[in-house]
Design a binder for this molecule. Structure first.
Ligand code: MN
Length: 251
């Protein structure tokens, strides 16, 4: 039985990697995640087991030129995001959370420190952010099912984009903007610092489908104070295949 399980999991990860999804996912703790979430409908079948280590970027630092420059990507990944991963491990060790997935920690954040909140959030958000992007494409639009859901919820893709852009431009200081699913209803919202909708302590709650980092470190080298230009340009690099996979993985 144990042997079967291991094979099963290895095959799952292999399939997942082949499909271009993140490697650090699995289904083994799905049940416990379900129990720990206030709303079981906000849980994905697959995206429930992010580890503490950074997974390799799925592209080179210069892959997102001329939307996000190589230097920004390199510093963002190797300095900022690496820092969240390192500090998350420290906090997990100090607070007895080793062996848990990041999702489990986020679902029970009130048990942990501010250091854990900032770094578990920071690590999760960035691991997701890298996967949410790919080489720039013109006419970059969501896959069919997600596209239909967006049209039905927001009227049109353009209207959805306008609402998301507005949330990105008006988030004061550092934070994130999200397209997230709350019981399969699509919503747009933003969070301060490294908070996200999976956190038990977050103002907005649900399963994040697409996240945009609006911290200055994400765009300042190329765009300086022009956050709006960064946000407008960013739509060209959204990896809609990945975002759609997250949407379709919802229970
Ligand atoms: Mn960042």
């Amino acid at each position: 039985m144990e042997k079967f399980k291991k094979t099963d999991r290895r095959d799952f990860i292999k399939t997942t990697v082949k499909g271009g999804l993140i490697a650090s996912v699995g289904i083994s703790s799905f049940g416990s995640i379900l129990e720990s979430c206030s709303s079981s409908k906000n849980v994905s079948k697959h995206f429930v087991k992010t580890g503490f280590d950074q997974i390799p970027l799925p592209y080179n630092y210069d892959a997102l030129e001329n939307v996000i420059d190589a230097k920004t990507m390199e510093i963002h990944y190797t300095k900022h995001a690496a820092g969240y991963s390192k500090n998350l491990k420290e906090a997990a060790q100090a607070e007895g959370a080793e062996g848990k997935s990041v999702e489990e920690i986020l679902a029970q954040l009130s048990k942990y420190s501010v250091k854990m909140r900032n770094n578990a959030g920071g690590h999760y958000n960035h691991e997701m952010f890298w996967q949410c992007m790919r080489k720039p494409q013109e006419n970059n639009l969501p896959e069919k099912k997600l596209s239909e859901a967006i049209n039905s919820q927001f009227g049109s893709f353009d209207h959805f984009k306008n609402l998301f852009n507005e949330a990105a431009k008006t988030r004061f200081g550092s934070g994130w903007v999200w397209l997230y699913a709350d019981n399969k209803t699509l919503k747009i919202g933003s969070t301060p610092n490294q908070d996200n909708p999976l956190m038990s302590v977050s103002d907005i709650k649900g399963f994040p489908l697409l996240g945009l980092d609006v911290w200055e470190h994400a765009y300042y080298l190329k765009y300086q104070n022009k956050r709006a230009d960064y946000v407008d340009n960013w739509w060209k690099v959204v990896n809609w295949k990945y975002v759609s996979d997250r949407f379709e993985s919802l229970v």
